[in-house]
Write a protein that binds this ligand. Structure first.
Ligand SMILES: *Cc1c(COP(=O)(O)O)cnc(C)c1O
Ligand code: SF4
Length: 442
C-alpha cells in the first residue's frame, strides 16, 4: 500500500466516509483548526469500524470530536468560521487557544533540556539519570495522529513551540561525556517516519566502543499499529530491518517501544506480519499507552490488549494517565478509575502480562504511579510511588495523598495526614528555581 495522509485539507473527502450529521462534521472542522489531525488509508480502511462511527474507539483515536474544545473556545472558532473571518483573525484565535492548552507539560522546555559546554541542546531531554531522549529532526511527525497526543506542538505550524534539535553532533558529544547514561530513547513524533538511511546516520555510530556504556536503544513508535507497511512494503522496509539487526548484532539491546491503545490495532494480518519481522531482527517489542476516555476506559479492552501482546511475544510495559495537555478535559479519567481499570485487568491476566506498570503520571518531578487506594488510621488515601524521578533517590518510596475521587493529575493531589507538602516538594521547587537537574549535569 502506498502511504497517503488525510489532513484537514481533505476534510470534504473524509466527511463522505462516515454517516455523520452535518452538525457533527462542522464540529470536527472547528476542532481541527486548533488540534491537527492526520489519518492514513490503512487506519481508515482497516482499523476503524465505520458502522460504529462516531463511537468507534479507533475513530475517536484519530479524528477530532466537537467535545475536544472547551465550550467557549469552540464557540469562538465556530463563529469565526461561520462568519467567514479572514485567515489572520482565525490564526490569532487558534494561537491563543493553543497556548492555553499547556503545550509543554512536565518541565519539557524549562527543566529537561541538557547543556554541553554552556550550550543548550534543544533536541535532547535528560530528566532521569540513565536515559537520554533524542528528538531527531526528521522524526517530528507521525503516520497518523492520536487525538490525545501530548506532542501536538510538534505537529502544529508554530515552529518555536517544538522540541527539535538542529543536528546530531550534540548527541554524540553529550553521550560521550555522560557515561551514566545507559539508555537512549529515540522519540518524536515518530522516528520511524524517517528513512532507514537517516536513522542509520545517528544509530550506527553508537556501535563504536566509545559508546559501550550505552546498553539500550529504544525507539518509540506507533508505526506497528498505524502503518505496518513500514516493515513490509515501504521502499526501505528491508533496510530498516537490516539496521535493527546490525544494532542487535553490535551488542545493543534494541527495544521497539510500541504504542497500542486498543486490541483492534493487533488484529490485522499486516500488523501481525510486521510484528513478526521486527521480532526476527532480535529486537524486543515493549508496549505502552495511556488510558483515555472514549477509547480504552474499560478493563476488558486492556485484558484483551495485553493478552494478545503476550501471545504475540511483546512485553507490556507502561500504562499511562492522560497527560495534562491538549484536549485533556475530553480524555481524562479520574486517577481512581485509572487504577481500577488497571487492577481489574491485571487480575484477569497471568504473571507474564503483569509486567506492565502503572497507571503512571509523567509529571514534573517524575513518573508517579498510583499503587492504590487504602485506609491508613482514619484517613482514606492514595498510595503513590515514583517509578522514575528527577532525583533518583525519590524512586520507590511509598508516599500518600488525600483521597480525592475527582483528581485527574498530580497537581490536584494534596498530602495526606495533614502534612503541608510531599517529601520531594521542597527539593523539586528548588530545582525549578535553578532550572536544572539534580543529576545528569557534567
Ligand atoms: C519514561 C521516561 C523515560 C524512561 O523511563 P524508564 O523507567 O527507564 O522506562 C525517560 N525519560 C523520560 C523523560 C521519560 O518520561
Ligand atoms: S503515536 Fe505518539 S506521537 Fe504519534 S500521534 Fe500518537 S501519541 Fe502522538
Amino acid at each position: 500500500m502506498e502511504y497517503h495522509a488525510y489532513t484537514p485539507d481533505h476534510f470534504d473527502r473524509i466527511a463522505e466516509l462516515g454517516c455523520l450529521s452535518a452538525e457533527y462534521r462542522f464540529g470536527m472542522k472547528v476542532v481541527s483548526q486548533v488540534l491537527p489531525f492526520r489519518v492514513n488509508r490503512y487506519v481508515i480502511d482497516e482499523l476503524i469500524d465505520w458502522g460504529k462511527v462516531p463511537h468507534d474507539p479507533m475513530f475517536r483515536l484519530v479524528f477530532p470530536d466537537p467535545g475536544m474544545l472547551l465550550p467557549d473556545d469552540f464557540k469562538q472558532i465556530a463563529s469565526l468560521l461561520a462568519s467567514g473571518a479572514d485567515r489572520q483573525a482565525l490564526d490569532r484565535a487558534v494561537h491563543e487557544i493553543r497556548l492555553r492548552l499547556n503545550p509543554h507539560p512536565a518541565g519539557q522546555q524549562t527543566l529537561n533540556v541538557p547543556c554541553l559546554d554552556g550550550h543548550k541542546l534543544p533536541g535532547l531531554q535528560h530528566k532521569y539519570r540513565e536515559t537520554v531522549l533524542f528528538f531527531p529532526r526528521l522524526g517530528q511527525t507521525c503516520h497518523s495522529y492520536c487525538s490525545f497526543c501530548f506532542r501536538w506542538p510538534q505537529f502544529v505550524c508554530e515552529r518555536d513551540m517544538r522540541i527539535m534539535g538542529p543536528r546530531t553532533p550534540g548527541l554524540f558529544d553529550y553521550l560521550r561525556r555522560h557515561s551514566e547514561v545507559t539508555d537512549l530513547l529515540v522519540t518524536g513524533g515518530d522516528p520511524l517516519v524517517m528513512k532507514a538511511a537517516s536513522l542509520a546516520e545517528f544509530l550506527e555510530p553508537l556501535l563504536s566502543p566509545e559508546f559501550a556504556h550505552l546498553q539500550t536503544i529504544r525507539i518509540g513508535t506507533k508505526s506497528l499499529s498505524f502503518w505496518p507497511y513500514r516493515f513490509l512494503t515501504d521502499r526501505d522496509a528491508d533496510d530498516l530491518l537490516r539496521l535493527f539487526e546490525r544494532l542487535v548484532k553490535g551488542g545493543k539491546h534494541l527495544a521497539v517501544m510500541a504504542h497500542y491503545n486498543h486490541w483492534r490495532e493487533l488484529e490485522t494480518e499486516v500488523a501481525r506480519r510486521a510484528i513478526e519481522r521486527v521480532k526476527a531482527t532480535g529486537a524486543t517489542i515493549r508496549t505502552q499507552s495511556p488510558v483515555v476516555a472514549h477509547v480504552n476506559d474499560d478493563p476488558q479492552v486492556w485484558v484483551r490488549l495485553w493478552q494478545t501482546q503476550v501471545r504475540l511475544g511483546m512485553v507490556p510495559y507502561y500504562l499511562f494517565v492522560a497527560r495534562d495537555t491538549g484536549a485533556r478535559h475530553y480524555f481524562a479519567i479520574p486517577l481512581e478509575r485509572c487504577w481500577q481499570i488497571y487492577r481489574q485487568a491485571i487480575q484477569k491476566l497471568s504473571g507474564l502480562a503483569r509486567t506492565v506498570r502503572g497507571p503512571s503520571m509523567s509529571a514534573g518531578p517524575g513518573k508517579v504511579e498510583i499503587q492504590g487506594v487504602a485506609e491508613v488510621g482514619q484517613e482514606k488515601v492514595f498510595v503513590l510511588r515514583f517509578i522514575q524521578a528527577r532525583n533518583p533517590d525519590w524512586a520507590q518510596r511509598p508516599f500518600f495523598a488525600r483521597y480525592d475521587p475527582a483528581a485527574i493529575w498530580l497537581d490536584q493531589l494534596r498530602p495526606a495526614f495533614g502534612r503541608e507538602s510531599f517529601f520531594y516538594t521542597e527539593e523539586y521547587n528548588a530545582m525549578q528555581k535553578s532550572g536544572g537537574m539534580k543529576s545528569g549535569e557534567a
